[in-house]
Design a protein around this ligand. Structure first.
Ligand SMILES: N[C@@H](CCC(=O)N[C@@H](CS)C(=O)NCC(=O)O)C(=O)O
Length: 215
């Protein structure tokens, strides 16, 4: 068996497809109709009771969910691809740190922005939740920007799982003007990913042309 990635364009599946593509591991894409009820269907709920993407079936048939955990697993299962430093090293500690930082702050910030109606029982709160989440997300992007050096990737010249994760999240933020002004090093990283021979097509399949929506 090969990997089976349940996929819908522009969702959290993007970072997993990017990692699998860079690894060069064979994988099958299973199209999910995101707004058409596939996530809530009986067949998909049996695979992922949380009814979310990304969902990845491993070659042994077991199922992985949670984007950050999936990326860490793929990096460890395919060390020859060099997508993360060796477990137990200080370099790996920084990979774990920033991947989890992005998962718990940026990804969650995007969910509050995109699904603000889910964060209060009072519909009149939705716009305030979205606005606060945008500020929160910006603050956490700035904190990563302050940490990174000359790049082109977040940890210098070594490309890896934190890069593909932050690239995906930046495409959701949909404010290229703010990103270019406030987080230029992250923009350079994302554009370096978009230019990678293996990933250019993955970028277009998920996000179309350009970074994070129309300029
Ligand atoms: N903590 C999860 C979040 C996954 C998530 O929220 N995925 C979105 C797509 S990007 C989803 O499937 N949402 C459907 C829903 O929550 O109804 C992860 O990191 O994988």
């Amino acid at each position: 068996m090969t990997y089976k990635l349940y996929n819908s364009p522009g969702t959290g599946s993007a970072c997993v497809q990017a990692a699998l593509t860079e690894i060069g591991a064979p994988f099958e894409l299973v199209d999910i109709d995101y707004d058409g009820g596939d996530l809530q269907s009986d067949w998909f709920t049996k695979i992922n009771p949380r009814q979310q993407l990304p969902t990845l079936q491993l070659p042994d048939g077991s199922v992985m969910t949670e984007s950050a955990a999936i990326l860490l697993h793929l990096a460890d299962a395919h060390p020859e691809a060099g997508l993360a430093p060796k477990p137990g090293t200080s370099e790996r500690a920084q990979t774990n740190r920033w991947l989890l930082f992005a998962a718990t702050n940026l990804y969650e910030g995007e969910l509050r922005r995109g699904y603000s109606d889910r964060y209060s029982t009072d519909p009149s709160h939705a716009s305030g939740i979205e606005a606060a989440a945008t500020d929160y997300t910006r603050r956490h992007y700035r904190l990563i920007e302050d940490e990174v050096g000359e790049g082109p990737y977040l940890f210098g010249t070594d490309f890896g799982i934190v890069d593909v994760y932050v690239w995906m999240l930046m495409n959701w933020f949909e404010d290229p003007a703010w990103m270019r002004a406030e987080i230029p090093k992250l923009v350079r990283m994302a554009e370096s990913i978009m230019a990678r021979p293996n990933l250019a097509a993955v970028h277009v399949a998920h996000f179309g042309e350009g970074l994070g929506g129309p300029e």
